[in-house]
Design a protein around this ligand. Structure first.
Ligand code: 5CA
Ligand code: ZN
Length: 415
């Protein structure tokens, strides 16, 4: 499907350092992409109640990685999905007496507009589950050829026993996996499953629900296989980074990786790892101490803030004030602080345009902070130091164009 309009990204002199990200299991810094091409799959929205600040923070985080990769000289290939058919979307449509497709299309349109306002660089491929049905069917057929599937009342499951590496993405023990699976839309208690953790791959048609024909009967795809199929179709069996909020560690990323390992592994599979080489997880944005979530309904919407006249760059700065891995609370104070910061940076830019000093230091510092596990708060502090120095001594200031381009190209903030 169409993504959204690409923001302009100014060219910066020289090249940034190689971006490193923290490995969620070991906590060690690792090079995010070792080859000339940098490839990323980010789990996209389920299009109802979009775009809340939690979504925005997650996609702004991956935008920083895309920007840092480009600045380091990589050719970036970025893919994002839209889960445009799944239980929670259908449940919402039923609750509100709305056509599910209309609900999805409206929320996708809102999301696109919000991403554009926040100057998030769009994915190269933006792919909906429904349009990817043939791709999902092909991956499911591969699972069948590997003898990994079984049927339960017309629904199709993958036996996790087909994947000896199941559990290695999250590193969780069995009890934690089972608890999280139950909590996050899984069905560990369903009678007849060979193992409580077996993931659903294809759900047989239910009355009143949308369904499509397939080699496995009429129905619709499970959630995890959607991301396995789209990621591998567009990026190959192995790619650099899979990105998502930390609520996706288990079951979603574990099970997506498992499907791909079984489908593409075996004697004819690649020698190295299958699916993502590494995973990145964004912290959860909370409101009033609770995770901002569609199911709880404690949401702050980007579109409402924009409609109320909030500068989108203020929203972006309020997000960037937090490290992507941390959980944090959205507050009015945070928004006010971002407004003050933006105003200060804009004043500094005006003051700096008079002098002939340099902003090389701020470019170097922002590059260095971003390459260190996308340390956005550290990068903002570097720009603050530059702005403070300029405002303290406008006579010696300068480098306005480079400072503006640094903040625009690397942080996505247009001054
Ligand atoms: N469609 C699936 C992924 S394939 C999904 O999780 N959709 S979502 O709409 O629920 O979330 C979209 C992205 O936003 C995911 O990466 C999710 O982890 C992230 N996200 C959801 N809520 C929050 C939150 N409160 N804070 C930070 N990120 C969040
Ligand atoms: Zn996903």
């Amino acid at each position: 499907m169409d993504s959204w309009r690409r923001p302009s990204v100014p060219d910066l002199p020289g090249r940034g350092p190689e971006p490193m990200i923290s490995d969620p299991l070991s906590g060690e810094l690792t090079v995010a992409a070792a080859g000339p091409a940098a490839t990323m799959y980010a789990c996209g929205i389920t299009p109802y109640d979009a775009t809340h600040i939690g979504h925005a923070a997650t996609f702004v985080a991956w935008d920083l990685l895309v920007r840092a990769w480009r600045d380091a000289g990589h050719e970036v290939r970025y893919v994002q999905n839209v889960t445009d058919v799944d239980d929670p979307l259908l449940e919402r449509a039923t609750r509100d007496g709305e056509d599910w497709r209309e609900l999805a299309d409206r929320e996708i349109a809102l999301f696109r507009g919000d991403m554009e306002a926040l100057r998030v660089i769009p994915p190269d491929s933006y792919v909906g589950a429904v349009e990817a049905l043939p791709v999902i069917e092909r991956l499911t057929e591969r699972l069948a050829r590997h003898g990994a599937l079984y049927e339960l009342d017309g629904d199709v499951y993958q036996a996790r026993s087909a994947d000896p590496s199941f559990g290695t993405v999250s590193g969780f023990d069995l009890a934690t996996m089972t608890a999280l699976f139950a909590e996050r839309g899984g069905d560990p208690g369903r009678a007849g499953k060979k193992d409580p953790l077996d993931p659903l791959v294809w759900l047989a048609a239910r009355p009143g629900e949308p369904s499509w024909p397939s080699a496995f009967g009429r129905g619709r795809p499970g959630w995890h296989v959607e991301c396995s199929a789209i990621a591998t179709e567009y990026l190959g069996d192995t790619f650099d980074v899979q990105a998502g909020g930390n609520d996706l560690t288990f079951p979603h990323h574990e099970m997506s990786a498992s499907h791909a390992r079984v489908a593409f592994g075996g004697p004819s599979g690649p020698a190295g790892p299958i699916f993502a080489r590494r995973y990145v997880y964004a912290g959860m944005v909370r409101l009033g101490g609770e995770k901002m979530s569609k199911s709880l309904g404690n949401l702050v919407f980007v579109s409402r803030l924009l409609a109320a006249g909030t500068d989108p760059m203020v929203i972006r700065l309020a997000i960037l004030a937090h490290h992507y891995r941390a959980d944090w609370d959205w507050t009015d104070e945070g928004l006010t602080a971002a407004r003050d910061r933006l105003a200060r940076w804009r004043s500094a830019l005006v003051a700096a345009s008079a002098g002939d000093g340099s902003a090389q230091d701020v470019l170097g510092a922002v590059r260095e902070r971003l390459a260190d596990d996308l340390d956005a708060p550290g990068a903002l502090a570097a720009v603050d130091r530059w702005a403070d120095a300029v405002l303290a001594d406008p006579g010696s200031a300068g480098g306005a164009a480079l400072a503006r381009d640094t903040v625009d190209a690397l942080l996505g903030v247009a001054l």
